[in-house]
Design a protein around this ligand. Structure first.
Ligand SMILES: [Zn+2]
Length: 224
């Protein structure tokens, strides 16, 4: 996606877009170098544009999101959508997005818990905070609302640091959660089945004009 981009489906749900404007993948979610695909789906992305590598690359809010939790030691933050949104696998549900390595999280200069970022605003950057070998963002996505203290997973290590099958939210491959519209250039392995959302509107009620006409017509009929 691009800075300040917004996209709504015909039911006025925000369409979840991929947060970087370009990337190269440095570790897939089925690799085991520093990830555990049995437990969570994490992908590492390097920032990229037409002239190559971008350091401290901006990540744009894929939908309207709120910062739920952060941890300076692990350099990790969790954001949750304000509303149910349109996910790339067709689900309409809450989107949770977990990021690692923005240096600001470690430095304590990151956003405060409760901060809201609107779709298309910068909410995070690639970085070298935490356990890294170079500047990147580690990204995990899931559907459903963030677990509350009533969840059985509450208090487990996976509960906050990863999105799994037994936590809430539940894990989704990034390409099953986020549409790839207007992200270019990107380099990604063949088993990453990115898709673009077709149609949609940059503002809610993109088809309001049409509906309004119908309402006028209906009122006319009623008046007769
Ligand atoms: Zn990673």
């Amino acid at each position: 996606m691009r800075a300040n981009q917004k996209l709504y489906d015909s039911n006025n749900k925000q369409v979840a877009l991929f947060p970087l404007s370009g990337f190269h993948i440095s570790q897939r979610d089925d690799e085991t170098y520093s990830h555990n695909p049995n437990v969570y789906y994490a992908t590492d992305y390097l920032g990229w544009d037409s002239s190559g590598r971008v350091y401290r690359a901006p990540c744009y809010a894929p939908v309207d999101i709120k910062l739920i939790w952060k941890n300076a030691t692990e350099c990790c933050a969790v954001w949750e959508s304000l509303e149910k949104v349109h996910l790339a696998n067709g689900m309409i549900d809450y989107l949770t997005i977990l990021v690692y390595h923005d240096n600001d999280i470690q430095d304590g200069t990151y956003y405060s818990v409760g901060t809201i970022k609107r779709m298309g605003e910068i909410f995070n950057r690639t970085g070298t905070g935490g356990q890294v070998t170079g500047d990147h963002v580690h990204l995990e996505t899931g559907y459903g609302r963030y677990a509350t203290s009533s969840s059985s997973a509450y208090g487990t290590a996976e509960y906050k640091f990863h999105i799994t099958d037994w936590t809430k939210p539940k894990r989704l491959h990034n390409y099953n959660a986020l549409f790839i519209n207007d992200t270019s250039p990107y380099q990604s392995p063949g088993n990453y089945n990115w898709i673009s959302f077709s149609g949609g509107s940059p503002s809610p009620g993109g088809n309001r004009k049409h509906r309004f006409k119908w309402v006028l017509y209906a009122n006319k009929l009623r008046d007769k």
